[in-house]
Design a protein around this ligand. Structure first.
Ligand SMILES: Nc1nc2c(ncn2[C@@H]2O[C@H](COP(=O)(O)OP(=O)(O)OP(=O)(O)O)[C@@H](O)[C@H]2O)c(=O)[nH]1
Ligand SMILES: [Mg+2]
Length: 303
């Protein structure tokens, strides 16, 4: 193919900025899980979008925050790693929250980390939540703080401004052959996507710290003769008490999670799925390297 372009666009920002929502909107399918809670995404998730002759590989990253645990450190390292490998970095800011301490810290880090061959753009997201006057002022202040190549005002959720952003990105990617087959939309093993779907449903149902104290792994994936798939997953929790909460009264929580995850998997795979969830207590899972490789994270980055 002549005159094609392809490259990586990393979406970075504070937790909850809307990076995964934007990734999914750009790809046109749900490749990355989304919740209203912070620190939902744990590893880099690549979603592929086409725009004219350009193939844009969006790299959704975990939110940038001040890490405390080993898992937090590995997540933040994965996010910066995504930015380092990208042709273009897009910083997402939440319009209604403005320039927080976290945003200032990210801008400071950008100054040190961005190389001269990289382009950095600003996307002020969630513009549906603020009045227009706020945006101009916010944009001016952010552009004083960092020389962004371009500023976009978007709503990832409603789709405002995202076509302009996609076109702008497509024009700026390096010339070269496409990196993925034309019909590929994500670069994540199916077993991981399936585990993420279950983790999303757990995160939506469980309160406070619990979503941050568990991980989900797909243990077995069996293709059945009738065209359906049997998927076995383990939910690792850190404490005995957590197991009871995940199961819920008479198992109702896990049942609801399982149903919601299965339905989403069936839509994604376009076939019948039998999903079996098992909860295991594993007090030290946050310090086990195997758990990190299953999540797509580098254990060493957590030190
Ligand atoms: N009002 C509004 N809400 C949005 C918009 N974009 C995303 N959200 C919501 O913001 C919340 C966080 O969205 P995510 O896409 O999970 O954010 P994220 O940046 O990936 O978050 P982490 O993975 O935790 O870093 C969800 O409840 C989204 O529905 C938007 O344009 N407008
Ligand atoms: Mg996310």
């Amino acid at each position: 193919m002549a005159d094609t372009r392809a490259g990586f666009v990393a979406l970075i920002g504070e937790p909850n900025a809307g990076k995964s929502t934007l990734t999914n909107r750009m790809v046109g399918a749900k490749v990355s899980i989304v919740t209203h809670k912070v620190q939902t995404t744990r590893a880099r998730i690549r979603g592929v979008a086409l725009e004219g002759d350009s193939q844009i590989v969006f790299v959704d990253t975990p939110g940038l925050f001040r890490p405390r645990r080993r898992l937090d450190r590995a997540m933040v390292a994965a996010a910066w790693g995504g930015a380092a490998d990208a042709d273009i970095v897009v910083l997402l800011i939440e319009a209604h929250r403005g320039i927080t301490d976290g945003v200032n810290a990210i801008i400071d880090a950008l100054n040190e980390r961005v190389t001269p061959n990289q382009t950095v753009a600003l996307a002020i997201n969630k513009i549906d939540r603020v009045k227009a006057e706020v945006l101009l002022d916010l944009s001016a202040k952010l552009n004083e703080a960092y020389p962004f190549a371009q500023t976009f005002m978007i709503s990832a959720e409603r789709g405002y401004g995202v076509d302009d952003l996609r076109e702008w990105l497509a024009e700026r990617l390096p010339e070269g052959p496409w990196l993925y087959p034309e019909d590929q939309i994500a670069d994540l093993p199916m077993r991981m996507i399936a585990a993420e779907m279950t983790r999303e449903k757990l995160t939506l149902r469980l309160h406070q710290e619990l979503p941050y104290q568990l991980t989900v792994e797909t243990e077995k994936w069996e293709e059945r003769k009738d065209g359906s798939a049997r998927i076995d997953q383990i939910i690792y929790v850190a404490r005995d008490g957590h197991k009871g909460i995940v199961l819920g009264n008479k198992g109702e929580t896990i049942k609801a999670v399982s149903k919601a995850a299965r339905e989403e998997l069936e839509t994604f795979l376009d076939r019948k799925v039998h999903l079996f969830l098992q909860v295991k207590v594993r007090p030290n899972w946050l310090e086990e390297s195997e758990r990190y490789s299953e999540m797509g994270l580098d254990f060493r980055d957590g030190n």
